[in-house]
Design a protein around this ligand. Structure first.
Ligand code: MLT
Length: 254
């Protein structure tokens, strides 16, 4: 088995025979893990705001997402995990569309399995990816969402956090090979085990803090407190929508 890191979704290559973990720690994948924690029965991931809006309104689902970090116009909620962590989503399916995270997810939808990972649910997602990859004899690709096609520090740091956990599951005789990007991400994370201190230097974190979302950054750096494993299921297409919508379920697969 090999562990690869795609430091941008465009670098993931052909993922059809792999298990992917998509990371958008600031903030889409942290939000999705939080929604499941708050009782949400299903999350639908859309790669465009128009599709998200048409789908959510036709079904009566809650519509969430951001544009430039702010609540998208006409949406019910933005993309603040701290806000979601205080709300109850029992019996309330959510449709979410964000600038990078939901697009990155759709980009690798052809993988054998696509899990959505944050720092909060790192151990559960990493363990599930490891089990799925072993069962299906697949490589694991950690896909960093980046920001508008550019590398982001926070996703690479969390990729390193995942690579360290996955390597820990392997016995010395089955240690997965890591590509150079995976080694770089692991070493980046190992250079300072204080995730908040490392992440806060990144442009995206600085922008969120400037926009008054500083608490979100602290929340997104909490490691291993949630057990949910968001996993991509089937796509739902409709000729009226520019893009398909994907159902994400929460499962424990190990
Ligand atoms: C994204 O998908 O680009 C984000 O999660 C942006 C954000 O909410 O800060």
């Amino acid at each position: 088995m090999q562990i690869r890191a795609a430091l941008l979704p465009e670098l993931a290559g052909d993922v059809s025979e792999t298990v992917c973990i998509v990371i958008d720690v600031l903030r889409a994948t942290t939000v999705i893990s939080t929604l499941f924690e708050r009782g949400c029965p299903a999350v639908y991931v859309a790669a465009s705001h128009d599709t998200a809006s048409q789908f959510a309104r036709s079904k009566g689902y809650v519509l969430c997402g951001e544009s430039g970090g702010w609540k998208a116009p006409g949406f019910d909620y933005g993309n603040s995990p701290v806000e979601f962590s205080t709300l109850d989503f029992t019996d309330k399916p959510v449709v979410i569309s964000t600038t990078n995270g939901t697009k990155a997810t759709q980009k690798v939808a052809s993988a054998k399995a696509v899990l959505l990972g944050a720092a909060l649910n790192r151990m559960s997602v990493a363990r599930s990816a490891w089990s799925l990859a072993r069962e299906s004899q697949s490589d694991i690709v950690i896909v960093c969402s980046g920001t508008n096609g550019r590398f982001t520090l926070e996703d690479a740091l969390v990729a390193g956090l995942y690579i360290e956990a996955i390597s820990g599951f392997a016995g010395p005789w089955e240690m997965p090979e890591q590509d150079d990007a995976a080694i770089a991400a692991r070493r980046l994370w190992q250079s300072d085990s204080n995730l908040l201190r490392s992440m806060i230097e990144g442009k995206h974190a600085i922008k969120l803090a400037d926009n008054g979302f500083g608490e979100d950054i602290g929340y997104c750096t909490i490691i291993d407190t949630l057990q949910n494993v968001p996993i991509l299921q089937n796509s739902i297409s409709n000729t009226d929508w520019p893009w398909p919508v994907y159902l994400v379920d929460s499962a424990i697969t190990y």
